[in-house]
Design a protein around this ligand. Sequence first.
Ligand code: HSE
Length: 434
Amino acid sequence: MKPVRLAILGLGTVGGGILKLLQENAAEIKRRTGREIQITHVGTRRPRPDLNLDQKIKQSADLLNIVAQDDVDVVIEVMGGIHPAYEVLLEAIKHGKHIITANKALLAEHGNELFKAAEDHSVQIVYEAAVAGGIPIIKVIREGLAANKIDWLAGIINGTGNFILTEMRDKGRAFDDVLKEAQELGYAEADPTFDVEGIDAAHKLTLLASNAFGIPLQFSKVYTEGISKITAQDVKYAEELGYRIKHLGIARRTANGIELRVHPTLIPQEELLANVNGVKNAILVQANAVGPTLYYGAGAGAGPTASAIVADVVDLVRDISYTEDGAGTVPQLAFEALTDLPILNREEMTTGYYLRVNAEDQTGVLADITTILSRAGISIDAIMQQTRLKDSIPIVILTDPIQESIMDEALAKIQALPAIHGETIRIRLESLDQ
Ligand code: HSE
C-alpha cells in the first residue's frame, strides 16, 4: 500500500510536537497502522530551522495551495483561530482531504457547517486534541462507551483555570500572578480571557455534548461563567465547609432537555474531581450501562496535544486503508441520526448553591434571609456566620438543589433587604460522586 501523506498547517509548539512524536514513535505507529506515513507539506509563515525538517518536506505559507495538492491525503490543522482556518479547512474538504484539528473554537462555532461539508465529500474530521489535551475522551465516548446512553458528564476541561484555582487555594497566590505564570508555561490560550471567562471550556463542552447526546453543536446555548470573580475569601469559606471550588463544564440530560453549563462549582472535598489539581483535566461520565467512569490526564501542552493528534492520524490511516477496500467512512456528526433535544435556558437549570451575603450586624437579619429562602421552598444545607469584615458580616449559606429562576427571585429579595451590603456572591454546588 502506498504511504498516507500528511500536510501539517501550523508549526508552533504543537506542530513541532507532532513532528517529534511521529519521528520518535515511528516504529510503534507503523506497527499499529501497517502502513507508512509521510509528511509531504508544512504550512507556516515562520519556518523553524531548529526542527531540522527533512528536505523533501515542502514548506509554504500558501495554505489554500497546500490543501489542494495531490500528494496530501490528510490535513492536520494546528494553527488555531477561526480565520483563516475555516476557509482553509473547507477548501481542503472540497479537495477530498481528511481533517485532523485541535481547534475547539472553530469546531464549536462552525463545526456544523464543516461536518456537513465533510459528509458531502465523504471525508472525516477528527478532533481528539480539541478536548482535554491528552485525555482520549472523544474516543471514549465514540468507542469505549458506544453501547451506553450517557446521562451526564462533568469535567475540569480548562487546565489554565484549574491551575489558577489550585495555586490560589494551596499557596494563597493572587489571581493575576498565577495567570501570568500559566501564560509563561504555555497553558493559556492566545487570548487568556478564553480561559478565565470559561469560553475555552464552553467550546470543549459543546463538542463533548454533541458526542454524548447526538445533538448538533450549540456553543451559543452554553451558559458560561468564568473564574475571574472568585476571591480568596470564597475559596477559604468553601474549604471551611468541606468543599473545593472547581471550574466545571457540565452537560446533563434532564426530563425537559439538556443542561449545558460552565461555571465555578463547589464540590465536596473528598470527591475525585475535587482532587484534580494544577493543569490536569478530568472528566466524569455517567452512562447507563457502565455507571460512572473517570478520565484524568494532562489537559494542555505540546506532548499531550501531539499524542491526541497522532492517535487521530493512526485512526485515519486505518480508516483510509479500509475505505480503499470499499468500506464507507463513519461520519463524526451523523446528521441523519441527530436528535433535537432542547437545550435548557439557565433559568430552567437546577443546582445547589453557595451564597455569601454581606449583612449588617443587626438583630433579625439572619431570620429575614432564611425566611425568604424558606418561603421560596429553598432548603438550607449549611449556614455559617463569619467574623466581621470592615462594616459587614459575611453569612455563608449552602442550599440543596433548586431551579435557577427560583433562586434568582429569592436573591433579588435578599438583595433588597436594607441590611444587605454589596452584591451577594453565588457559586453553584454539585455532588457528583456516585
Ligand atoms: N488553554 C487551554 C487550557 C489549552 O488551559 O486548557 C488546552 O485546550
